[in-house]
Every structure is written in C-alpha cells, then in structure tokens.
Design a protein around this ligand. Structure first.
Ligand SMILES: Cc1cc2nc3c(=O)[nH]c(=O)nc-3n(C[C@H](O)[C@H](O)[C@H](O)COP(=O)(O)O)c2cc1C
Length: 379
C-alpha cells in the first residue's frame, strides 16, 4: 500500500458523524459522467459540499489501460483535495476489487454504480442492470472490502472512523417498480447487521425507465428509509434543487433555520435520512449547499481559478460556465446572464475569449447570488 505524502483523508463515515452532530444532513455532489471532474469537485467543495463523487469509471478499462487511469481520475496534490469517492461501473468482483485497490491511496472510498439506465451499460450488465443481480452486487462489495483489507486499509466502517487508513465501500441504486424487489436487493447487499457489507447506500428513487422529469418516488424513499435507515446511513439522490423547497421533511432538516421545507399537512416525513446528493442543481449552482438559491459570480470565478490549476477541455469549461450563468433548477430563476449574453458566451472559441467576455459583461450586470440568510455574494 503506497502512502502519498501530503495526502490525508478523513473517513467518510466521520463526515456523516460530523454532519449529524451539527444536526444537519450530509451534503454530497453526485457522480456525473463528463462533469464531476476535479475542478468542479473543488468548486462545490469550496461551497459547503462535504463529500464529492467522481464520474463513473469503467473498472475493466481502468485496470487494463494506463491512459484510462490518467484521463479518468485526477486528484490534487497541491491545493484543495475534496474528500472524494471514486465511482466504478463493474460486473465482476475481481475487476471492482482490483480497480479499488489501485485508487485507494488517492481517495476516501469507492462506490459501485447500480443506477445508470443507459442501454449500452445495461446491455453489458452494468449500472441499473445490476438491480436484477443482487447476489453479484453483494459478491462485488464483499470482494472489494476484502481486497482493501488485504492491502492494509481500515475497512471496519464505524470502528475505523478515526483511522487515517479508513476507506469506504458503498453502492448507488435505483428502485424497482415492485418495491419488494428493492427490499430484497438491499437486504442481500447489506448483509448482517453486526458486520454489514457496505458503509452507506445512496438511493435514487426512480426506476430504470422513469424519466428524470418525473418527480422522485417519495413513497419508495419513505418505505426504504424507514426499513433500512437505522441499519445503514442512506443518502437521497434526486430532485434536490434548492434546500429551501425540498418536497419532504426529515428530522435532520428541522433544526436548521436557513434550510427548511415549506411544509403542508401532506408533506411526507422521511425518517432516518442521513444526507443529500445533488447532480443537476449543482451544475447550475455549485453554491447551493452554502445557502445560495441562485449561482453567485464568485462560484464562476472559483471554478475558473480551479480550471486554471486543474485543466479541463475547453468545450467542457464553456458548458459548465453556461450552466452556471443560466437559470437554476430551483424556484429562483434569476440568472447571471441573459439569454442573449449566454449566446455570446457560447460563441467564444477559447479560454482567453471566454474570460474577456465574462469580464466585459460583469461590468454591466449585478452581483447575483443572494444567500438565503440575506448575505451577499462573498459575504
Ligand atoms: C450529466 C449526468 C451524468 C450522470 N452520471 C452519473 C454517473 O456517472 N453515475 C451515477 O451513478 N449517476 C450518474 N448520474 C445520475 C445522478 O448522479 C443522479 O442520480 C440523478 O441525476 C438524479 O439527481 P438530480 O435530480 O440531482 O439530477 C448522472 C446524471 C447526470 C445529469
């Protein structure tokens, strides 16, 4: 096991613990193919995200090809290194274990994608297709934990929470139409209570065929968190668009004065929820967890500074900035740039033009981004 000088990792379960002690949910950023790369992870981390996921990486390619390793996973040895979970796509226990062994010195934990609905992934028994293969998923996480243990990592979950060598193994799932199948899946993958196979579980309460425009299935979330939430920490992925307008209430939300739900008598209560995972809303507003309902300019500037240190392909940078400068996913539809200005942004052909363009429009537009507590951008 190689120790990397200057890299120190906190056990992710410690972060769950800290959030709980602060009487709040854990804030995490979702795995997003193409988008959740280092510069973006550093940006959301600067704005209150506790734990960041990489995009899904195919374990088989990662194990066999050093170009895949170089291009798929980057960390920072000089600058902010957010607590990071590397997500893999895999369907063979030894492949997941081997890839996890390779990344363990550079991250806080590994995660298995059981949610990707894309046909290419499902046809290769990856992603959401694994929701029909519960024994295989169990075997993959058990083998991975064993491999990490053999490598010298501390994988005893809560018992190793204070160890510098603590590493986690987790799973991200969708739900089935017949929720009994999801209950069976979780029961198998979780294993015995006294020594469960996974550190935590992320639930995206949509089925493999539910479009992302359909609201998440809150009844499913309620059932699964009430059944399993006191046996394993659970994160919700899906429709976290603004912290002030979550479509449910949950014990860890109540005491936080700035982040409350607008409750009605029919608002469901989700028991035993440990944290939130956000994808699309963080793309439009990386400062969401810091209490901003709309993206502030400072978040764009932070992202561009991170890109300067940890480069991304120009087209990707342009896309990110376009997302951040448009209206967000929450009720606050204010945008940093008008539609015409965003078209101008998309016309920029390189980084220099893009930075010049933004500097030009900054002079004519407001600051953007008032926080929910009324403080201004940068305050
Ligand atoms: C562009 C994009 C890429 C995604 N890539 C992944 C991925 O690599 N792995 C994964 O488990 N989920 C992936 N997802 C799903 C998200 O992690 C998340 O579960 C889903 O978008 C619902 O959350 P949201 O409502 O916050 O967007 C992706 C979603 C988007 C929008």
């Amino acid at each position: 096991m190689a120790e990397i000088p200057g890299l120190d990792f906190i056990h992710p379960l410690k972060l769950f613990d800290i959030a709980k002690k602060e009487k709040r949910l854990l804030y995490t950023s979702a795995p997003m193919v193409r988008y959740s790369k280092l510069a973006f992870r550093q940006t959301v981390y600067a704005y209150g995200t506790d734990l960041c996921w990489t995009p899904m990486i195919l374990a088989k390619e990662f194990n066999r090809n050093h170009f895949a390793r170089d291009s798929d996973f980057t960390i920072s040895t000089d600058g902010p290194q957010p607590p990071t979970i590397v997500q893999f796509g895999a369907n063979v226990p030894q492949e997941l274990a081997r890839a996890s062994s390779l990344v363990a010195p550079f991250c806080s934990g590994v995660d298995l994608n059981c949610g990707c609905p894309q046909s290419w992934a499902c046809s290769e028994t990856l992603g959401a297709a694994l929701m029909e293969k519960r024994e295989l998923v169990r075997d993959m996480v058990v083998e991975t934990r064993e491999q990490l243990r053999r490598d010298g990592w501390a994988v005893n979950k809560e018992k190793d929470i204070d160890s510098r060598k603590g590493r986690s193994v987790s799973v991200k799932i969708r739900v089935h139409k017949d929720l009994r199948k999801t209950m069976d899946f979780i029961t198998t993958v979780l294993g015995p209570d006294q020594d469960r196979h996974i550190d935590w579980l992320t639930i995206h309460p949509r089925t493999r065929s539910t479009p992302s425009s359909t609201p998440i299935n809150l009844e499913a979330l309620e059932l699964l968190t009430s059944t399993f939430g006191n046996r394993v920490p659970i994160l919700l992925s899906g429709d976290v668009f603004a912290l002030g307008t979550l479509p449910f209430t949950t014990p860890l939300l109540t005491p936080t004065p700035t982040f409350t739900t607008t409750t009605t008598p029919t608002t469901p209560t989700i028991p035993h929820l440990s944290g939130l995972m956000t994808a699309r809303a963080l793309l439009t507003n990386p400062a969401l967890y810091a209490g901003y309902d709309a993206c502030p300019w400072s978040a764009v500037e932070t992202f561009l500074a991170n890109v300067a240190r940890c480069p991304l392909p120009y087209k990707l940078v342009q896309h990110h900035v376009g997302e951040m400068c448009g209206p967000g996913m929450g009720a606050d539809k204010s945008a940093l740039l008008t539609k015409a200005q965003r078209a101008g942004l998309m016309g920029c052909g390189n980084m220099v033009d893009l930075v010049d363009f933004l500097e030009g429009v900054r002079v004519t537009v407001g600051e953007g981004g008032v926080r929910r507590d009324g403080r201004r951008d940068g305050a």
